[in-house]
Design a protein around this ligand. Structure first.
Ligand SMILES: [Zn+2]
Length: 188
């Protein structure tokens, strides 16, 4: 039995029992905020609960490390869409201490990929096409620096609506305590 099989059988009961009813809301975030955070498993429930976010309150964009690598990557696109199409008007980047992206290098991943039978020769095609593979797969050394760098890319984006506050924070994956790294004012 795969994990998916157990999810599918749970899902049948979930829908039959109308357990969705208490969760129904719209696609527009009630608190008008978009949050970029990490995909870390410890944050799945902890982050929303520690921030008092209920279903429907916020747009939450996740990736490994809460990293904006490039102003034209898919994370930045999601943030821009949240601000225009979904009516958010505030942005928070929330990294976390003890992140798996701390100290990660492209070599860590690429050498494992080779030993697991991935066709790493084909990476050359991406390199020829101009992809900076090392930058693409790199983590960071310091979570607070990464939050600042991601927030800065968002702040400098040509499509960011004027005056949009962009905050930078870090959360403890154990207690949910937030550390404010950069707090923007409403009229920034
Ligand atoms: Zn993380």
């Amino acid at each position: 039995m795969t994990v998916l099989d157990s999810m599918l059988s749970f899902n049948e009961k979930f829908v039959e029992g109308k357990e969705y009813e208490s969760l129904q809301t719209s696609k527009f975030p009630d608190k008008k905020i978009v949050i970029l955070t990490c995909m870390d498993t410890r944050l799945i429930e902890l982050l929303p609960r520690a921030l008092n976010l209920k279903n429907g309150d916020a747009k939450i964009v996740k990736n490994a490390g809460a990293i904006v690598t490039d102003p034209y990557d898919s994370i930045m696109r999601s943030i821009i869409v949240a601000l225009y199409a979904l009516k958010a008007d505030e942005v928070a980047v929330i990294g976390h201490y003890g992140c798996g992206m701390t100290g990660l290098t492209s070599d860590d991943i690429f050498s494992q990929a080779e030993s697991r039978g991935a066709d790493t020769e084909r990476l050359q095609e991406a390199a020829y096409a101009g992809v900076d593979l090392d930058k693409w797969m790199r983590g960071f050394n310091d979570v607070e620096e990464n939050v600042k760098s991601s927030a800065q890319i968002i702040r400098n984006h040509p499509l960011l609506p004027e005056g949009t506050p962009v905050h930078g924070l870090a959360i403890s994956p154990d207690t949910g305590e937030l550390t404010v790294i950069e707090k923007a004012s409403a009229s920034q």
